[in-house]
Design a protein around this ligand. Structure first.
Ligand code: AMP
Length: 445
């Protein structure tokens, strides 16, 4: 199969040739003809499968072939993305695909001044990529009208709900013309997303390129058990041992990102960090420097790293496991993209056993554990498997006390003592946020 047989017009085929795309990926093969035929779409695809081109190519074709010229302060197609970085990235891809077409494209997001965006929208743009909050601001300030909108794309819709954008989505929904084409893309599919789709989509075609919630098979994954306090030391040890050149590292919190970056920089390692507290320009600069290999280690929180496409990224390290199991799939999906192979290593301490169990259950696999000599944890990480069981080993009988005072330091084998893993529980449910469409306050990012 070729892009030509999918019915794409010549200017798009030329752009794809320039970009070196030869064969449509499975999601593209299914999405392109359906979108060209005017269908609404609900598509689940693994990360890195080419879903951006899957919606952007037919969208560009429809805008070129059909519909009136864009009016002032209007957009003919709107692509909603969860984060600024993803909006920039999607916009860059759309602009590349549109290089031979007479269409205008633009991206708007928060964290930067709104005025240049308002100026830019005056003449109207054919395709607007936006994060939900800034889109609503622009709409309320009359900088943008949506009555000319032909197509709405919800990209990474699950993540938009996870980030607490349900209220914004409901508001945007009310601003849209009734007659439109709507395409919903999501790397993972939850029942809440299906509910959102029920409200937003009209007789959608469902595309499920890979089974639900399966991590990219091109990524080799394993776990290194370690005590929490020794994680930084283990990271540096593995980095030197494996001669890591370019690594994207995920930490749970903003403070965690800063602490690890400080530690690495203190050792003379070329590291930088991105998280939601940093200004957009600083984040973008760190990312650009990482992409161009000027920075070797990029440490990030989930929000900042969402959807990043880094060419040939060989390795992702989970310095901390994610609290939401689905984020594991997104994280490791940063590597092994577009047919390349990649590795994902998770440093896991006893406290994280429930998260590990949830990830294994969600991805239906038991992650291989590799003990690193000299880093064997004092607080053992209990055994887990894809069934969600956390296996408690029988406690060794206590040694009889030799002195009356009981003063010596006792190792409690922390793996069972916290009460967070109840041994009688048949299974541990994945740790998941349950977003509710149309209600609830937005979580602070
Ligand atoms: P996406 O899943 O849209 O983020 O795409 C992941 C990566 O695959 C991007 O770097 C795209 O440029 C690339 N890509 C998308 N479609 C194709 C294709 N048909 N052939 C080769 N590379 C592609």
């Amino acid at each position: 199969m070729t892009f030509a047989t999918l019915g794409l017009i010549e200017p798009l085929l030329r752009a794809l040739e320039t970009l070196g795309y030869q064969t449509p990926t499975p999601v593209q093969a299914q999405a392109i003809p359906a979108v060209l035929a005017g269908r609404d779409l609900m598509a689940a695809a693994q990360t890195g499968t080419g879903k951006t081109a899957g919606f952007a190519l037919p969208l560009l074709q429809l805008l070129t072939m059909e519909g009136p010229k864009v009016a002032a302060n209007s957009a003919r197609a709107l692509i909603l993305c969860p984060t600024r970085e993803l909006a920039e990235q999607v916009h860059a891809s759309v602009a590349e695909y549109a290089q031979n077409l007479p269409l205008t494209t633009y991206a708007v997001y928060g964290g930067v001044s709104i005025n240049p965006q308002m100026m830019k929208l005056r003449k109207g743009v054919d395709i607007l990529v936006a994060t939900p909050g800034r889109l609503i601001d622009l709409f309320r300030q009359n900088a943008l009208k949506l009555n000319q909108l032909q197509t709405l794309v919800l990209d990474e819709a699950d993540r938009m709900l996870d980030l607490g954008f349900s209220e914004e989505l409901a508001n945007i929904y009310r601003m849209l013309p009734k007659k439109r084409q709507t395409l919903l893309f999501s790397a993972t599919f939850s029942d809440e997303i299906r509910q959102l789709a029920g409200q937003m989509l009209n007789d959608p075609l469902s595309i499920e390129v890979s089974p639900r919630n399966v991590a990219a098979s091109t990524v080799k994954q394993w776990v290194v058990p370690v005590d929490k306090k020794r994680k930084p030391e283990l990271f540096v040890h593995l980095m030197r041992k494996g001669r890591w050149k370019q690594v994207l590292v995920f930490a749970k919190t903003r403070n965690g990102v800063d602490a690890l970056v400080d530690k690495l920089q203190g050792l003379g390692i070329n590291a930088d960090g991105i998280h939601g507290d940093k200004p957009q320009a600083t984040r973008q600069r760190a990312l650009d420097r990482f992409k161009s290999s000027d920075v070797q280690i990029l440490v990030a929180t989930d929000v900042a790293a969402r959807g990043l496409d880094i060419e040939d990224l060989p390795l992702v390290v989970n310095f901390d496991l994610p609290i939401v199991a689905e984020d594991y799939i997104h994280r490791i999906g940063r590597t092994g993209r577009a047919g390349n192979t990649g590795e994902a290593i998770s440093l896991v301490c006893a406290d994280e056993v429930n998260m590990l169990s949830a990830i294994e259950m969600l991805t239906r696999q038991t992650l291989t554990r590799k003990m690193e000599p000299d880093f064997e944890p004092e607080h053992r990480v209990p055994d887990t498997d894809a069934s969600g069981q956390v296996v408690k080993k029988p406690k060794k009988p206590k040694k009889p006390k030799t002195s009356g005072g009981g003063g010596g330091k006792r190792n409690l084998g922390k793996w069972v003592d916290s009460g967070e893993v109840a041994p009688s529980e048949p299974s541990i449910k994945p740790v998941r946020k349950v977003p509710v469409f149309n209600t609830g306050p937005r979580k602070k990012k």
